[in-house]
Design a protein around this ligand. Structure first.
Ligand code: MTE
Length: 318
């Protein structure tokens, strides 16, 4: 990722969504001119969009969730990376509203027993029970958040499509629609955005497809209507707004790896011992907190995933 300046942390960013809504009600109800001006100054675009999101239910809690404090709804929906909408952290919240996510189809194809076809989103989600997975998200730019995702294991979906023994990798593509994704009108990356996982990573129970967060369907800036979340890898692996899932034999070329191979590897496992060529990966800034904290191997998920990489040199395979 390009290095970005990080805006000063506002107090509003460290309140949780309930407090934030309550405070806005209070501001709305108040009649003083000063308070009205204060209310007008609050950037409320993510909140307005949130009101249009649909609640998801039922959602079962997951034993894989961290009990760390969640980042606020505002942090999670207003400080984003989604280069299809621009390279600044505020661009996705500002521009993603123009993306139409209904209807939505996902092409599933490749080395599978099921037919290659375009599946309506409803058919993709159909039989899957939703879980809340509170995960740490560690961005390669050395900031992090804790996000209460709503989703289901990618492995459950993969098994429905009956991959054959030739399916060694799973490749994902984001929508390409420059008319609604202004960032795609510029060659920031090779579009569409592509990511991929080795089959055992894709089948790992920690890997989910997310359809929501904070109990509601995803906002566009977070990758509506369907995105990947792989909590032990840097955030760029967690591809948003997926329209194609391919089961392939050879390791796919992936967007950031193609764009800057010495900076962004295919594996992208969170690793405090392997620095990015331009900055350290030893610690991270949790959005909304003042002090930096140490980055943990595999983002704290080593007990669950280290065995996937036994015998692999993680310095060379970064
Ligand atoms: N997916 C697409 N299609 N385009 C992107 O630019 N950015 C990635 C990832 N998925 C990106 C993407 C990066 S770098 C990160 S850190 C996460 O999305 C950020 O997810 P969030 O904005 O929901 O926190």
């Amino acid at each position: 990722m390009l290095i970005k300046r990080t805006p000063a942390v506002r107090s509003s960013e460290i309140t949780d969504e309930r407090d934030y809504l309550r405070r806005r009600d209070f501001l709305k109800a108040a009649s003083g001119a000063a308070l009205a001006a204060a209310a007008a100054a609050l950037p409320d675009r993510p909140l307005r969009a949130a009101a249009a999101q649909e609640p998801l239910a039922p959602i079962a809690p997951s034993p894989f969730s961290t009990d760390e404090r969640w980042n606020s709804f505002r942090d999670i929906t207003s400080y984003n990376n989604f280069y299809e909408f621009g390279t600044e952290k505020e661009d996705p919240a500002r521009h993603a509203g123009q993306l139409r996510t209904k209807p939505w189809t996902v092409r599933v194809e490749g080395h599978i027993g099921a037919p290659d076809a375009d599946y309506a989103l409803e058919d993709i989600l159909g039989p899957h029970a939703l879980e809340e997975r509170v995960y740490r998200l560690r961005c390669v730019e050395a900031w992090s958040m804790v996000v209460p995702w709503v989703g289901f294991p990618l492995g459950d979906l993969i098994r429905r499509f009956e991959p054959t023994s030739r399916a060694r990798f799973v490749r994902f593509e984001t929508l390409f629609r420059p008319s609604e994704m202004p960032g795609q009108r510029r060659p920031i990356l090779q579009w569409p955005y592509v990511e991929a996982l080795r089959m055992d990573e894709a089948l790992h129970p920690l890997t989910i497809l997310a359809v929501g967060l904070y109990g509601k369907t995803l906002l566009n800036q977070n990758g509506a209507p369907l995105r990947l979340v792989v909590p032990w890898k840097y955030g760029f692996k967690s591809i948003k707004s997926i329209v194609r899932i391919q089961f392939v034999e050879n390791r796919p070329r992936t967007s950031w790896n193609v764009s800057a191979p010495s900076e962004y590897g295919f594996w992208a496992n969170v690793n405090p011992h392997v620095d990015h060529p331009r900055w350290s990966q030893k610690n991270e800034r949790r959005i909304g907190r003042f002090f930096r904290q140490e980055t943990r191997m595999f983002n704290g998920y080593a007990d669950q995933v280290a065995r996937l990489y036994t015998g692999m040199d993680l310095r060379r395979n970064y």
